[in-house]
Design a protein around this ligand. Structure first.
Ligand SMILES: C[S@@+](CC[C@H](N)C(=O)[O-])C[C@H]1O[C@@H](n2cnc3c(N)ncnc32)[C@H](O)[C@@H]1O
Length: 247
C-alpha cells in the first residue's frame, strides 16, 4: 500500500525530524542546492501573474517561495499531515495568495485552469506517473508548462531510497528525464527541454576564470568531439535534471 505509506509518513517521524521538514529548505544541508533549483525554476517559467500548481509539496516551502514571487499558488499533497505542516508554515510566513489542499496528483480536478505546474522532488513518489502527467496535462491551460526536478536513473537503487521504502513503505522510483519525456509525450505534451541542475557540475569543477575561454572550450569540444557531446546528452537524459514540458 505505497500510497498509505505516503499518507502515514509524518506520523512515523521523530519530533526532531518534523522540525527539520518544517524548516526546509534552511534546516537542510542541501539548502544551497534547493534554493538554486528554485532559482532555475523561476528563471524558466513565465513571470507572474499566473496560476501555479505545486505538486507533492510536503511542508510547502516551494509553494511559499512561488507565492512570495507573486504567483497564485495551489499546493497539493497526498498526506493530510503534510498539508497541516504546510499550513503552519503559511501562517508563519503570512502569505495569502496560496492555498494548500490534501489531494492526489494522479487525479486532479479543475481542468485547464493553471499556467504552470511544478513537481519538486515528488513525481518519483508516484504510484503511476502516467496518470500523474496526464492529470497535470489536463489541469494546464493551452501553452502551459510543467517543470519537474527529480532524481535520476539510479535513485531507485540508492541506499537512502531503499531505507525510506523499508521504514515508511513509500514509493521511491528512478525518474530520469528520459522517462519523464516518454510519459509526457504520451500524456500530450508537445515540447521538452532538459536543464542541468545548477549545483551538479558547478561544484564538481574548477571555477572558470575566463568565461570566453570556457565557451571556446565547450564549442571546441562539440565540434571536435561529437562523440563526447553525444555521451553528455545521454547522461543528461539519465541524470537528475530539470525538465520543462509544454502543453
Ligand atoms: C520527497 S517528498 C518532497 C516534498 C517537497 N516537494 C519537498 O521538496 O520538500 C514527496 C512528497 O510527495 C507526496 N506525494 C506522494 N505521492 C503523492 C500523490 N499521489 N499525490 C500528491 N502528493 C504525493 C508525499 O506525500 C511527499 O510529501
Amino acid at each position: 500500500m505505497p500510497k498509505q505509506g505516503e499518507i502515514d509518513y509524518v506520523s512515523k517521524l521523530a519530533p526532531t525530524e518534523i522540525a527539520h521538514i518544517l524548516n526546509k529548505p534552511f534546516s537542510d544541508a542541501k539548502c544551497g542546492q534547493y534554493l538554486m533549483d528554485v532559482g532555475l525554476i523561476l528563471s524558466l517559467i513565465p513571470p507572474p501573474p499566473g496560476r501555479l500548481l505545486d505538486l507533492g509539496v510536503g511542508p510547502g516551502w516551494t509553494s511559499l517561495l512561488f507565492a512570495q514571487r507573486g504567483y497564485d499558488v495551489v499546493g497539493v499533497d497526498l498526506a493530510p499531515a503534510m498539508i497541516e505542516l504546510a499550513r503552519e508554515n503559511q501562517v508563519r510566513a503570512g502569505v495569502t495568495n496560496l492555498q494548500f489542499q490534501a489531494g492526489d496528483y494522479e487525479t486532479l480536478a479543475d481542468p485547464r485552469s493553471f499556467d504552470i505546474a511544478v513537481f519538486y522532488d515528488a513525481l518519483h513518489h508516484a504510484e503511476d506517473e502516467e496518470r500523474a502527467l496526464a492529470a497535470v496535462w489536463l489541469a494546464l491551460k493551452a501553452g502551459g508548462v510543467c517543470v519537474t526536478a527529480e532524481p535520476g536513473a539510479e535513485h531507485g537503487d540508492d541506499a537512502g531510497a531503499r531505507a525510506a521504502v523499508a521504514r515508511f513503505g513509500v514509493t521511491e522510483k528512478s525518474m530520469p528525464p528520459r522517462r519523464i519525456i516518454e510519459v509526457g509525450r504520451r500524456a500530450g505534451f508537445t515540447s521538452f527541454a532538459v536543464y542541468e541542475r545548477p549545483t551538479s557540475r558547478l561544484l564538481a569543477r574548477e571555477p572558470d576564470r575566463w568565461r570566453w575561454k570556457a565557451l571556446r572550450r565547450a564549442i571546441g569540444a562539440i565540434v571536435k568531439d561529437p562523440w563526447r557531446a553525444f555521451v553528455a546528452r545521454r547522461q543528461a537524459l539519465a541524470g537528475s535534471h530539470l525538465v520543462v514540458l509544454r502543453k
